[in-house]
Design a protein around this ligand. Sequence first.
Ligand code: PLP
Length: 440
Amino acid sequence: MNTSSAPDLSAFWMPFTANRHFKHHPHLVAGGQGAYYTLQDGRKVFDCLSGLWCAPLGHGRAEIVSAVSAQLSTLDFAPTFQVGHPNAFELASRIARWAPQGMNRVFFANSGSEAVDSALKIAIAYHQARGDARRVRIIGRERAYHGVGIGGISAGGIAVNRRTFGALAAPFVDHLPHTLDPQHMGFSRGQPAWGAHLADALERLVALHDASTIAAVIVEPMQGSTGVIVPPLGYLERLREICTRHGILLIFDEVITGFGRLGANFAAQRLGVTPDMIVFAKAVTNGTIPLGGVIVAQGIHDALMHGPEQMIELFHGYTYSGHPVACAAGLATLEVMEREGLIERARLLEPVLEQEVHALRDAPHVVDIRNIGLAAAIDLAPRADAPGARARAAFESGIDAGLLLRFTGDTLAVAPPFISTEAQIREMFASLREVLRRVS
Ligand code: PLP
């Protein structure tokens, strides 16, 4: 690193980061253009995870820059409590056009975490509005990541995220089993054929708690943060059927899968299952300005539109819900995705990524590989007594090889920008093979 221009690293308490380690071995990103970042020492690295699953269009998109800049000089901020501005309405309409039929009401938040909490609150408010006030229980799933709000960690299923905050977690939650079983689905390509029956665990939770206490089931259609866990064929269909039969709402958390990651607008369309709500964030603005939200089936929204017309229907919202600058970034992002056919492009690149990632099967340390859309995970065998150390070493070695990788535990995840070329994707995997060879 170029220490002469390095900032003082001590004050910024970094999120989800080993702070002490980072500050002894910092990697600072100075710029981004297309599918590459430039580090402060001048090295160029391929952005293997599109930022943090955020930037399918790549970095430095002129269309977003000019939309944001124009918006800042026209209307930098206006509240959306009791007044409105055109961008928020336009973006909501556009998102509704991208969503499955009948899902046409959009509530804005500023992050995935806020959007998850919004969806859970809408579910509970919906049942209450229909006179079903006992339905307050939320069913999540093991290994799920739904952000870090109280609702999100309650429904989430990653043990380390919950451990410290157990006392804050909502009391009325339970969890489905996760669907990863390498014995039955090792090295699967796309949706595994085995595992639809795992959805029947929901019937057991219904029998245990009684349907009349359950407001909603929330799942990531593809579990992203925990390592690209792809739903078995028939699994989501079965969850849908059980939810419908028992009057339970089904929420898809599409913070990672929304806006094209699986080669369709939403995972709901790719996987052919329509939920009652879709949570989104990240790619909606290409990661440029924070924005999240919930797409709600019209019937749920309409059930809440009751009482005197001058009364607020849902006591929930954020100062920055539908922020004009974030909405300008969202409109520009979706416009570019449509104009350049980037979701079709993601779909066309999927077989390239699938072929290349599975070719790593014989690379050192690899114990499992999974993929769908433009996303894949590679599980490495952990070092004895040092879980996570091998993937961290791969991350460090990746930077030397021109790759910005993402690791959690001993899993490496890749999800390149949709604008990547076939050659760039092949090159990413060739470099990754070299990295795995070098890592002990
Ligand atoms: N839900 C899912 C599925 C996510 O992957 C994430 C973040 O990665 C979140 C929610 C939380 O989003 P944020 O970090 O924007 O709060």
